[in-house]
Unconditional design. Structure first.
Length: 314
């Protein structure tokens, strides 16, 4: 089976262009870096001769492509439970549950969202990371979008890089947050604990906006919007403000309950054993229709029960 088997004749308006530039105009659904790889791998001929990406083309030149279908990832399909909020020929919109790793990695080579997606659509093997363009932490729940073809993949990646995707979260903090604000603090790898990220000088730009939705006696419900998407960004930024997320042992350390807290509330909080963070809404331009779309994931049962308890014992 071939991914592409096609011939092109260079037009006058492309004369003098580099070969990779001319091919990108003819195949806009593929990135220039991918086209350059094809040329370097010998899948492209110019006038029936081997060629290079920087080679100039002229009117009337013949470009032949014979690109074999290649498996980009080697992960295996598995029956994994997760909810599909929406699907069409271009995208899946997934409601990721807690305790589900997104990508296979050390310690989690199977049983991931990628494995589950491949069981839903084996063609995702042809896409980088099985079409996943952004991620959620293992214990963060909520909405994610997954590309189902290369055109959709490139479109979504470009929107994310241009900060055009609107990502809205809901979280519960330890401590009563005084007011919402914008956090603009660069994030990089922690100097001592390689499993953690931290606010560091010289890190990658990271911007989080949040508002306080409700204050409880010892906690706060906040709503957040990501302008950038750094690893653990919300968790790092809120811990940096001294308001770590409830249940976040990595960035909040061991939970300390204030003196005199109701025993039932203490039990509720201590039994919530993951960070209280949920990706509630995702908005972006659909890669097929180019219309703005928005998808929501309802609060999972444990998060909902946590909020009911905080209200009850407030």
């Amino acid at each position: 089976m071939k991914l592409i088997q096609q011939s092109f004749q260079v037009e006058k308006n492309q004369a003098g262009y580099r070969l990779d530039h001319a091919l990108q105009q003819l195949l806009p659904e593929y990135s220039r870096s991918r086209i350059q790889q094809w040329i370097q791998q010998g899948f492209v001929c110019l006038n029936q001769q081997p060629c290079k990406p920087r080679q100039k083309v002229y009117s009337g030149d013949l470009v032949d492509l014979d690109v074999p279908e290649q498996v980009v990832i080697s992960d295996q399909p598995e029956a994994i439970e997760f909810e599909i909020l929406h699907q069409d020929e271009d995208i899946f919109v997934v409601n990721k549950p807690a305790d589900l790793v997104v990508h296979p990695a050390a310690g989690h080579w199977d049983g991931t969202l990628v494995n589950g997606l491949l069981a839903r659509d084996p063609r995702l093997q042809q896409l980088p990371r099985a079409g996943i363009v952004h991620r959620l932490d293992k214990d963060t729940t909520g909405v994610m979008v997954v590309a189902r073809n290369l055109t959709a993949h490139n479109w979504l990646v470009e929107q994310l890089q241009s900060r055009l995707v609107k990502r809205e979260y809901v979280a519960v903090t330890r401590g009563v947050v005084t007011a919402g604000r914008t956090i603009e603090a660069s994030i990089g790898r922690h100097s001592q604990n390689r499993k953690k990220m931290a606010v560091v000088n010289g890190g990658k730009s990271a911007i989080t906006h949040f508002q306080v939705a409700r204050k409880f006696a010892h906690h706060s419900l906040i709503r957040l919007q990501l302008e950038t998407g750094r690893t653990h960004q919300i968790r790092v930024h809120m811990a940096h403000l001294q308001y770590p997320l409830l249940g976040d042992s990595l960035y909040g350390g061991r939970a300390r309950l204030p003196a005199g807290v109701d025993e039932a509330l203490a039990m509720l909080v201590q039994n919530f054993r993951r960070q209280a963070l949920h990706a509630e809404r995702l908005s972006f331009e659909h890669p097929g229709s180019h219309q703005m779309v928005s998808y929501e994931a309802p609060l999972p049962a444990d998060f909902d029960a946590l909020l009911e308890g905080l209200i009850q014992y407030d």
